[in-house]
Design a protein around this ligand. Structure first.
Ligand code: AMP
Ligand code: MG
Length: 421
């Protein structure tokens, strides 16, 4: 059998190759915990959930109107029934209907015994208790049947699904108050670099604000882990090593930014080699070539590049799928669509590129994408303007105006203004 992970003559790994190495290396967490439903959004379901009840629980009305029996409708022509009471939502009609009678009913109210149809109030004429039904009155209409949404005992959601708002609504509707979910991943992240200062400090020449920890905090929120900000570590080999070894005792995943390259102050790979295991180090993407993946103790380790745009791109393409796998979620691919490019894009062959773009859709439904500006891996303003990546394959040597390109929209949280013009 071909080993898809065998290094190809020192060629950099492609993203699918890197993801396959990660897939083989990562063991999903097994522990689960029970949480109340209002804490379950975004968690990974650990056990299947079966419905304790039928939904709807009772046969009930879909409209405000009058409940009647189809037996009282003549073969053709109008007919009149006497209204003998009301069925309210939450307060069913208690009396008994005889032939020729109907009941005022509101949306969600239980249909009284012997009734099987509801006519909308707009379609009848009312004179005291006499209700005049038109000759086109439909029978068995405007009725919600027991179990038409969910049957008692049926499986509502199968693991390992990440619970969405709609899942939470469904579970609440059948009275499921607690759910068993995989325990949350514990992720620690560090910035490394002598030049970095925190936002509450004054900037002096040679220093820069540490933006990467803010980027990571946001990106980790998107995958719903318990994220711990470990601050800035200077380019001090011993300090970095001690910090990583200590954190490896407490966290499932460690993420650093910076120092992953080959400069004299880049210690990440060396430390990973000495204190842990390097699985891979470089991948063929731009921005973001240096990216170390491995283990320190029992923690998985991702050493991301320092450049801010590379942090975001490598996190989204490599780290996020890895965290989803580790959390026990079933794999899914990011949505990609084809759009017509209205900019000239420069690119050299060799690496897959994620260029920042602004995607829009015109009134005819066509997708258009324009470059959001300069593409250097330090340029955050064009990232902030962008709402998508223009994904260019490694062999691509540039794009002319009017060519079709593949576009990957950012998730709602990360995107700017949606896709309108
Ligand atoms: P490095 O990978 O450490 O060589 O860093 C590459 C570039 O990213 C350098 O210009 C760094 O100053 C910059 N950089 C590294 N870490 C951060 C950070 N936390 N926030 C902003 N820029 C950073
Ligand atoms: Mg550095």
């Amino acid at each position: 059998m071909q080993d898809t992970c065998a290094p190809k003559s020192k060629a950099l790994l492609t993203i699918p190759e890197a993801l396959e190495k990660i897939r083989l290396a990562i063991q999903s967490i097994q522990q689960s915990e029970t949480v109340p439903l209002n804490k379950a959004l975004g968690r990974i379901l650990a056990e299947p959930i079966y419905s304790p009840i039928n939904m709807p629980f009772d046969i009930n009305s879909a409209m405000d109107g009058y409940a009647f029996s189809s037996v009282d409708k003549p073969g053709q022509g109008t007919f009149t029934l006497q209204c003998i009471g009301t069925s309210w939502a939450g307060e069913p009609f208690q009396g008994k209907l005889q032939s020729g009678e109907c009941v005022r009913i509101f949306t969600g109210a239980v249909l009284p015994p012997k009734t099987d149809s509801v006519i909308m109030q707009e379609n009848v004429q009312v004179d005291g208790n006499s209700i005049f039904f038109p000759d086109d009155t439909a029978i068995h209409d405007n009725v919600r049947y027991v179990g038409e949404d969910v049957q008692q005992g049926s499986c509502l959601i199968t693991p390992p699904k990440r619970l969405t708002v709609s899942d939470i609504s469904l579970l609440a509707s059948v009275g499921v108050a607690n759910v068993s979910v995989k325990r949350a991943l514990k992720v620690a992240f560090f910035s490394t670099g002598d030049e970095l200062v925190a936002l509450d400090q004054t900037l002096s020449s040679g220093k820069i604000y540490d933006s990467n920890r803010y980027t990571l905090q946001g990106l980790l929120g998107d995958v719903n882990v318990t994220a711990t900000d470990m601050g800035i570590i200077p380019d001090d080999k011993q300090l970095l090593e001690d910090s990583l070894l200590a954190a490896a005792k407490d966290f499932d995943v460690l993420i650093t930014t910076g120092g992953a390259s080959v400069g004299d102050a880049d210690y990440v790979k060396e430390i990973l080699e000495r204190c842990g295991e390097v699985n891979f180090w470089k991948i063929a993407i731009k921005p973001g070539k240096p990216l170390a993946f491995g283990k320190i103790g029992v923690s998985y380790f991702f050493g991301l590049p320092g450049n801010p745009v590379s942090v975001m791109a490598t996190f989204q393409q490599i780290v996020a799928p890895a965290l989803r796998q580790l959390a026990g979620e079933s794999p899914s691919k990011a949505l990609r669509i084809t759009a017509t490019c209205t900019s000239t894009l420069k690119k050299a062959a060799g690496r897959q590129e994620f260029q920042r773009g602004i995607l829009s859709q015109d009134d005819d439904g066509n997708f258009w994408v324009v470059s959001s500006g300069a593409q250097g891996s330090n340029i955050l303003s064009s990232l902030s303007r962008a709402n998508c990546y223009i994904v260019l394959p490694s062999e691509c040597t540039g794009v002319n105006v009017g060519e079709k390109v593949i576009v990957e929209p950012f998730s709602l949280l990360l995107g700017s203004d949606g896709f309108g013009e």
